[in-house]
Design a protein around this ligand. Structure first.
Ligand SMILES: *Cc1c(COP(=O)(O)O)cnc(C)c1O
Length: 404
C-alpha cells in the first residue's frame, strides 16, 4: 500500500462516520467493466456498485446525455413542468408495460413511496379501516436504510438501536407459500418482496413461488410490490426478474441502474390504480423527476436495450454459472445465480468470504462479501466471454488455493 493510499484511508477514518467497512482500494477511474485505483492498478468490477452500473462504468452515451442536459437545465422542482419528464414517462412506461410512474431519487425513497401509496390504496380502494393497513414483508429482506424500512428488517445490524419503528408490517419466511397465506388478514394491503434476495446472499426462491404469490395476491386483493431495485434492468438476464416466473407485479420498484451509475434516480412503476391515489400535495421530492435525472435515465434505458445488455446478461451469466459450478474446491458450499447475479457460498469452516475478496483484489478482481460466507459476483452487463474466462481463472485460483 502506498503512502497516498494510506493517506486517503486515514482521512476517511478520521473524518467519516464508520458506517462502511470497504475493501482498501482507492478507485480513481472506470470504463466498462474495469476500474483503476490511484496506484494505477486495474480491476475487473464484480460488484457494479450493487448493480447500479449494469451499463458499465462511464458509459459514453449516458455521459453525452448527461452533459447535454446539464448545459440546458438541471432542476426546476415539480412546482413547474420540464420537457424531459414526459418523454421519460413515455419511454419507461413503454419499455416496462407500466401505466403510471412516480419518479424519486434513491431506492429507499421508492420503497417508502410505494408503502405510502399502497397503504392509501388500502384505505381508499380496498376499504381497510384507517390506520390498520398491514404490509407483509420477508425475513432477510433488504429494502434500504430509512427508519420505516429498517423497522421491518430482520438483520440485527440494520435495525439494532434505531427504534422505535413504524407498525403495520408482518414478517414471513421468504419462499414459503404457507407462511405467506397464514399471514394474510382482511387488513393486508400489500406484499413487498424482492424477486431474488440480493443482500441476503442471492437467495432464489423455489420454482413456482411467485406464480402462487401472484395468484393469491389477485384472489385476496393484495398489491404485489416487487422490489426490483437490484434484480431489475437486466441483472438477472431479463428486463425484470418477475419474467422468470412469467408474472407481473402490481407495483415495481426500480433504482440503481436506472441511471447507469451517473445519478441517484429511482421510480415506482404501477400497472394498477395504486399510484392514482396520490393527489397534489400528498407526496413529493425536490429532486424527483428533475430534467437531468430524466435525461440520464432515458439514455441509461436506451443503451441497456439497444446494446443488447439484457441478452448478454443471460448469455454470459449462464456460462459464468456453469463454469463456477465446475470449480472443485473444498471451500465451496454452493454456487447459484440467475443471469449475471451470481454468488459463491462458502462453508463456514472456510474462514469467511472477506479474505477471499481480499485475495481476489490482489489478483485484479473486486468482489464483495455478503453475510460473512458468500461472495457475490455481479459484473456490469457488458462483460464479454473472454473477460468471463479471465475472471474464472482468478476465481478458480483463489477458491482452490486459499480455501483448502
Ligand atoms: C439497494 C437496494 C435498495 C435501496 O436503494 P438505495 O438507493 O441504496 O436507497 C432497496 N432495495 C433493494 C433490493 C436494493 O438492492
Amino acid at each position: 500500500m502506498t503512502d497516498q493510499t494510506e493517506a486517503y484511508i486515514s482521512a476517511e477514518h478520521r473524518l467519516g462516520a464508520h458506517n462502511y467497512d470497504p475493501i482498501d482500494v482507492i478507485l480513481h477511474r472506470g470504463e466498462g467493466i474495469w476500474l483503476w485505483d490511484v496506484e494505477g492498478n486495474k480491476y475487473l468490477d464484480c460488484l457494479s456498485a450493487y448493480s447500479a452500473v449494469n451499463q458499465g462504468h462511464c458509459h459514453p452515451e449516458i455521459l453525452k446525455a448527461m452533459i447535454a442536459q446539464a448545459r440546458e437545465l438541471t432542476l426546476t422542482s415539480r412546482a413547474f413542468r420540464n420537457d424531459q419528464l414526459a418523454p421519460f414517462y413515455e419511454e419507461i412506461a413503454e419499455l416496462t408495460g407500466s401505466h403510471k410512474v412516480l419518479p424519486m431519487n434513491s431506492g429507499a425513497e421508492a420503497v417508502e413511496s410505494a408503502v405510502k401509496a399502497v397503504r392509501k390504496w388500502g384505505y381508499e380502494v380496498k376499504g381497510v379501516p384507517h390506520g390498520e393497513a398491514e404490509i407483509i414483508v420477508c425475513e432477510e429482506n433488504f429494502h434500504g436504510r430509512t427508519i420505516a424500512i429498517v423497522g421491518f428488517s430482520t438483520d440485527p445490524d440494520a435495525r439494532g438501536g434505531f427504534g422505535p419503528f413504524a407498525p403495520g408490517f408482518k414478517v414471513v419466511p421468504f419462499g414459503d407459500i404457507a407462511a405467506f397465506e397464514a399471514a394474510i388478514s382482511p387488513r393486508t394491503v400489500g406484499f413487498l418482496v424482492e424477486p431474488i434476495q440480493g443482500e441476503a446472499g442471492v437467495i432464489i426462491p423455489p420454482d413456482g413461488y411467485f406464480r402462487r404469490v401472484r395468484e393469491i395476491c389477485s384472489a385476496e386483493n393484495i398489491i404485489l410490490v416487487l422490489d426490483e431495485i437490484q434484480t431489475g434492468l437486466g441483472r438477472t438476464g431479463k428486463l425484470f426478474a418477475e419474467a422468470h416466473e412469467g408474472i407481473e407485479a402490481d407495483v415495481t420498484l426500480v433504482g440503481k441502474a436506472l441511471s447507469g451509475g451517473y445519478y441517484p434516480i429511482s421510480a415506482v412503476l404501477s400497472n394498477s390504480e395504486v399510484l392514482g391515489v396520490l393527489r397534489p400535495g400528498q407526496h413529493g421530492s425536490t429532486f424527483g423527476g428533475n430534467p437531468l435525472a430524466c435525461a440520464v435515465a432515458r439514455a441509461a434505458l436506451r443503451v441497456l436495450v439497444e446494446e443488447g445488455m439484457i441478452e448478454n446478461s443471460a448469455l454470459q451469466g449462464a456460462y459464468f454459472l456453469e463454469q463456477l459450478k465446475a470449480i472443485r474446491a473444498n471451500a465451496i458450499k454452493e454456487v447459484r445465480g440467475r443471469g449475471l447475479m451470481l454468488a459463491v457460498e462458502l462453508h463456514p469452516e472456510a474462514g469467511g468470504a472477506r479474505r477471499y475478496c481480499d485475495a481476489l483484489k490482489e489478483r485484479g478482481i473486486l468482489a464483495k462479501d455478503t453475510h460473512n460466507h458468500t461472495i457475490r459476483i455481479s459484473p456490469p452487463l457488458v462483460i464479454t466471454r473472454d473477460d468471463v474466462d479471465w475472471a474464472l481463472e482468478r476465481f478458480s485460483d483463489v477458491l482452490t488455493a486459499a480455501g483448502s
